[in-house]
Design a protein around this ligand. Structure first.
Ligand SMILES: NC(=O)c1ccc[n+]([C@@H]2O[C@H](COP(=O)([O-])OP(=O)(O)OC[C@H]3O[C@@H](n4cnc5c(N)ncnc54)[C@H](OP(=O)(O)O)[C@@H]3O)[C@@H](O)[C@H]2O)c1
Length: 257
């Protein structure tokens, strides 16, 4: 299937590793011009250099100027932005009973405030041109909050509420807004969460991983490329009638429909 992404300009936030990198690679494979980004400028540059038409931008999304810098650099390189993939690093593991307003405020910066700012910068152009794709990288924690990840559960619920509201507002303008919710995809973040869980339980990390895998109907963690493929589809031209939804990429992990 031709996804109709050739020549489209895509910003992929937090794409120097894991899910973002896989998404950037999948979009590039479909012919999109891709902006790879993350705090590690050198890593962003080296990934971009492997892709047919891409640039790497070193940017910290928790920096107040970060979102503006990213969009400015993307526009400078490729012109108007057609596809915006919202992604960020995950907040530290925490229980709900132990957090305070400061911790919540800090978690919301990359998970919500930076994302909203990015959207505000690219959305007017998308609406004018009558075509745009906004995809949020969320978590299955949006539909089934994950024990020990209180800050993530809170921030991602906020982002999901924002994106769903936005989807309805901009649907008549040819702009789709969706979320893709990973379950357990094998990345540095998943390794960090497993290590934290093992630490908390005084258990072996391999035992924790084996227990987690046992709860996944597919019987394994996902591969980042499997996530990237679904992300590219949701950002594609052919997915033009898919909006306001949250798609799970979790090997069947969440038990509900
Ligand atoms: N993997 C999963 O199964 C899973 C499940 C649920 C939710 N998630 C969430 O999905 C997101 C991506 O996860 P991942 O598994 O791909 O993790 P990852 O491999 O650790 O990648 C995280 C990415 O975020 C970037 N990043 C971190 N802080 C940043 C900042 N302040 N500004 C800009 N970029 C920043 C990192 O790049 P730099 O170091 O270069 O900044 C890196 O590219 C995370 O929020 C994670 O919590 C993942």
């Amino acid at each position: 299937m031709d996804l109709g992404l050739a020549g489209r300009t895509a910003i992929v936030c937090a794409s120097t590793s894991g899910l973002g990198e896989a998404t950037a690679r999948a979009l590039a494979a479909e012919g999109a011009r891709v902006v790879v980004s993350g705090r590690r400028a050198e890593r962003a540059g080296s990934i971009a250099a492997e892709l047919p038409d891409a640039v790497g931008v070193g940017v910290d999304l928790t920096d107040p100027e970060g979102p503006d810098t990213l969009v400015a650099r993307a526009t400078e390189a490729f012109g108007p932005v057609d596809v915006l993939v919202l992604n960020s690093g995950g907040p530290p593991p925490s229980t709900a009973a132990s957090i305070d307003a400061d911790a919540i405020g800090k978690a919301l910066v990359p998970l919500l405030y930076a994302q909203q700012r990015l959207v505000s910068l690219v959305l007017p152009g998308m609406r004018e041109r009558g075509w745009g794709r906004i995809l949020g990288v969320g978590s299955v924690g949006v539909v089934a909050p994950i024990p020990g990840l209180a800050l993530s559960n809170i921030g991602r619920a906020a982002l999901a509420g924002y994106l769903k509201t936005l989807a309805t507002e901009v649907a008549p303008d040819g702009v789709t807004v969706n979320e893709l919710l990973p379950g357990r995809i094998a990345t540095a973040r998943t390794a960090q969460v497993d290590a934290h869980q093992a630490d908390r339980e005084g258990a072996d990390v391999d035992a924790v991983e084996a227990r987690n895998v046992a709860g996944i109907p597919a019987g394994r963690y996902g591969r980042a490329a499997e996530f990237g493929a679904v992300a590219a589809f949701l950002c594609s031209d052919v997915a033009s009638y898919v909006t306001g939804t949250a798609v799970r990429c979790d090997g069947g992990l969440v038990a509900s429909l």
